[in-house]
Design a protein around this ligand. Sequence first.
Ligand SMILES: NC(=O)C1=CN([C@@H]2O[C@H](COP(=O)(O)OP(=O)(O)OC[C@H]3O[C@@H](n4cnc5c(N)ncnc54)[C@H](O)[C@@H]3O)[C@@H](O)[C@H]2O)C=CC1
Ligand SMILES: O=C([O-])CC(=O)C(=O)O
Length: 311
Amino acid sequence: MKVTIVGAGNVGATCADVISYRGIASEVVLLDIKEGFAEGKALDIMQCATNTGFNTKVSGVTNDYSKTAKSDVVVITSGIPRKPGMTREELIGINAGIVKTVAENVLKFSPDAIIVVVSNPMDTMTYLALKSTGLPKNRIIGMGGALDSSRFRTYLSLALDKPANDISAMVIGGHGDTTMIPLTRLASYNGIPVSQFLSEEALQKVAASTMVGGATLTGLLGTSAWYAPGASVAFLVDSILNDQKKMIACSVFVEGEYGQNDICIGVPCIIGKNGVEEILEIELNDTEKALFSKSADAVRQMNDALKEILA
Ligand SMILES: NC(=O)C1=CN([C@@H]2O[C@H](COP(=O)(O)OP(=O)(O)OC[C@H]3O[C@@H](n4cnc5c(N)ncnc54)[C@H](O)[C@@H]3O)[C@@H](O)[C@H]2O)C=CC1
Ligand SMILES: O=C([O-])CC(=O)C(=O)O
C-alpha cells in the first residue's frame, strides 16, 4: 500500500515517520516544493529503520508528482501554519491556492486515491478539494476531529488523573478555536460518564482547553503543533488502508446529516477502505444541536470567503 504526503514540513514528516514506524503502509512518498527538503526528510526517516525495526520504503521528491503515481492515499499538509495570535482562518488566502493546485496534481497520477486534507483552515480546504476535483464525497476526508478528540481525551485524563486510553470522548463541529464541540455529556471513563467524577465546572474547563488546544501549542512553540497532528493523520490513514472501519470524527461533505448541507464539517464517520463509509447521526441534545448549527454557520461563512479568493 502506497501513501503520498504532500508537504514534508512538521506535520507531513511526522506523519511519514509514524506511518513507517508503525508499518501502516509499505511505501511512503514525501513531496515538497522546497528543493531537496523532502528527500532529506525521507532519508532521515529511512535511517531509523534498523534501530526501530520497520521495512516501509520512504522516499522524497521535489515537486515531481510522477513519483507519487498509484498512491492509495494522499495526505495534503502543504501550506503555511499559523503563528501565535493568529487564527487558522487567517491562513485561507495563501493555503487555498496551494491546496487546489496540489489536489489537482495528485489526481493526475493517482486517480483512485483517497485524499486526506490537513492544511488549514481544514474544513474549508476539504470543501475546496472536493469542489475542485469533483471526487465522490467518500474520497475526501478532512483530518481535525481525530486530533481534537485526542486533545479532549488528554485534558480529561489530566483532570481525572487516569490514563487517556481509558477515556472515550469525541469532538465534532468545525476545526476552529470557537467552532469545535467537545461532547462532554458523552465522554466516559471505561464506560462510566465522566460527570460522575468531574464537576460541571471542571468539565467546562476541559472543553475550553480542548477548543484552544491548537492555539495553546502555537503560543508555546511559535508555530503550530506537529507530533499529535502527525500521529492523528497516521491513525486515520491506518483505518483507511487496513479497512479498520473505526469511528473517527472527520470533516466530510454533509447532505442533510445533522440538518446541514453543502459544507464539510466534523461528524462521526466510519472510516475504511472506501474512505468515508458511513456518517453516524448520533442524537444530540438541544444545546449541542444549537452549537452544531452555529459551528456550521461559521464554516459556511469561510466557504463563502473562499469563493471570493478563488474568483
Ligand atoms: N488539520 C489539522 O488538525 C492540522 C492542520 N495543520 C496545518 O497543516 C499545515 C502544515 O503545517 P506544518 O507542517 O506545521 O507546516 P510547515 O511549514 O512545517 O510545512 C509545510 C510544508 O508545505 C510545503 N509546501 C508549501 N507549498 C507547497 C506546494 N505547493 N507543494 C508542496 N509543498 C508545499 C512547504 O515547503 C513546507 O515544507 C498548515 O496549514 C497547518 O495549519 C497543522 C496541524 C494540525
Ligand atoms: O493550531 C493550528 O493552527 C494547527 C492545528 O490545526 C492544530 O494543531 O489543531
